[in-house]
Design a protein around this ligand. Structure first.
Ligand SMILES: Nc1ncnc2c1ncn2[C@@H]1O[C@H](COP(=O)(O)OP(=O)(O)OP(=O)(O)O)[C@@H](O)[C@H]1O
Ligand SMILES: [Mg+2]
Length: 184
């Protein structure tokens, strides 16, 4: 079973490939409503209406290295297997929003997996992109926006070892905190 964080990484990579300078990841776990919703919004180049219609077909890609694009079709298939779906809203030159929903308790729903590690990989990659991450679990919220962190840091880069460590601890503790409160 594939962790959902790997799908999230795929979608974040699409945003970075599309030239986004800011990406928002929203993970909403509504246990009472039994819904898990993952939303990724970017300010990248966007897609034409025609591309949005075709993009869930695995043979549609703007990749030069191979002729199939699997990121979005696989994410959509995972959502549909769990009584959910995947929707894409996009405007050329403005940006793209991908929304995937899952039945939270569905037996086939893969665990979220290492969301903190996935975000760190994107935040600390060579491409300059700001990530705004918000995770809600039954009304509680964890939020981290690298644009705000960057502003606090001034000249110090996010990749500085101490900042890196702080980011990792903040993300991991923040997420663990959401889950712990849930168990209590
Ligand atoms: N956020 C986005 N902004 C603009 N275009 C996008 C975005 N996400 C996807 N696309 C377009 O949709 C195509 C298909 O995306 P998909 O993730 O399914 O495959 P891929 O990225 O081409 O290949 P793979 O994910 O298998 O490495 C991309 O090649 C790109 O043209
Ligand atoms: Mg992709």
């Amino acid at each position: 079973m594939r962790e959902l964080s790997l799908h999230i990484l795929d979608v974040l990579e699409n945003s970075v490939e599309a030239g986004a300078t800011r990406v928002e990841l929203l993970v909403e776990e509504d246990l009472r409503g039994d819904i898990l919703r993952i939303t990724v919004s970017d300010n990248g180049r966007g897609m034409s209406e025609d591309l949005v219609k075709r993009v869930l077909d695995p043979f549609v890609t703007s990749r030069k290295t191979r002729h199939v694009g699997l990121g979005l079709p696989l994410f959509a298939a995972a959502a549909r297997r769990c009584n959910g779906d995947l929707h894409i809203q996009s405007n050329l030159g403005v940006g793209t929003t991908v929304i995937a929903t899952f039945q939270h308790s569905h037996i086939d729903r893969a665990p979220l997996g290492d969301v903190a590690g996935t975000l760190l990989a994107v935040i600390l990659s060579e491409r300059p992109v700001d990530v705004c991450y918000k995770h809600t679990l039954d009304g509680r919220t964890f939020e981290l926006d690298t644009a705000e962190v960057r502003q606090e840091l001034g000249e110090v880069p996010l990749s500085h070892p101490l900042v890196r460590e702080w980011l990792e601890t903040t993300l991991r503790q923040g997420l663990a905190g959401l889950k712990d409160a849930d168990a209590a």
